[in-house]
Design a protein around this ligand. Sequence first.
Ligand SMILES: Nc1ncnc2c1ncn2[C@@H]1O[C@H](COP(=O)(O)OP(=O)(O)O)[C@@H](O)[C@H]1O
Ligand SMILES: [Mg+2]
Length: 351
Amino acid sequence: MYIEKLKLENYRNFKKLYLEFDKGINMVLGNNAVGKTNILECIYLLSRGRSFKTQRLNEIINYDENNFYASLKAVRGSGEFSVRYGYNRDGKKQIGLNGMNINKNSELLGNLYTILFVPEDLYIVKGNPKQRRNFIDEVLMQIRPNYRYDLMRYYRTLKQRNNLLKNIATKPSLRYTLYSWDQQIIAYGLKIASMRSRFVNIISGIASRIHKKLSGGEELDVKYIVNFGNNKDDYVNLIKESADKDISYGLTTIGPHRDDIKILLDGREAKNYSSQGQQKTIALSLKLSEIKIVEKEIGESPIFLLDDVFSELDEERKGFIIDTISGMQSLITANELYLEGDWNKIRLGVV
Ligand SMILES: Nc1ncnc2c1ncn2[C@@H]1O[C@H](COP(=O)(O)OP(=O)(O)O)[C@@H](O)[C@H]1O
Ligand SMILES: [Mg+2]
């Protein structure tokens, strides 16, 4: 899969921009603040229906303007498709796929497949459990459209159960209604946890192979850590046992919203023991693994968006990444060309 062309209007610092891309490696070059990351943000928005930089689309509209517009043409298999996204200060969206209007951001998913790596992704390793769960959820949402619904249902039920817990605290006679919520939340929770845990098993195998090469020999191991035992019976028992505690907190303490992903480097937990550089390399290995997983799922390569890491890598690692992404389209941003090669070079900020 590859993007042929991209058109921006009033998108952040770009009043008007038109770019064409190669099927292979595209180096997006320019000084700080010329808008390199903004271009990746825009492609990500057209791929997922949301930005990785902000939740407020208003921020994206050029300071002097009242609406932004972005569109691209891409090729999947032998067919061309187009995606567009418009937004104005009144909050009105206009999203389109192949010329048809669509209503929801989520309907964009499953068209333009992208894998993004930004320096902040080191928080997958270094950050909190939520950041690790988000990483897994993001990938699953892209390759399993139903996962999004399951996740939404789980979180909706969680919210309702939490409201009930708070109500029980003031009105104990409501307690008998808890049981039916428990059954629902367990059904959704098991689904979420089993999807995540199967996925983590798959990515662990791939990532450990990639990481060994990328790091020059380190052993990476990734595990999904369930906080409600090993099966449905454990879950049922634990949620029952924690009912008093849950009521006093007004919060559900058991379930996949509290799960974590354990990332081990040479047997030690990377968030505690690894250096920042190692953590970044682990995150990169995980993202490169994602490429393999998406390739297998959709039978085609996604588009790899790599922001700002090239400058820090030694020649060998750069070479390894180039090898790994050969045969797919990528957009790599950098201040200058850090690796000579026959790449398509897109220079921003020069007239
Ligand atoms: N809504 C906006 N309108 C105009 N300029 C913006 C807007 N949002 C961000 N910018 C500008 O975009 C620039 C940063 O772009 P960015 O893509 O992060 O640069 P790079 O990645 O090349 O360093 C900044 O100069 C910032 O002021
Ligand atoms: Mg940048």
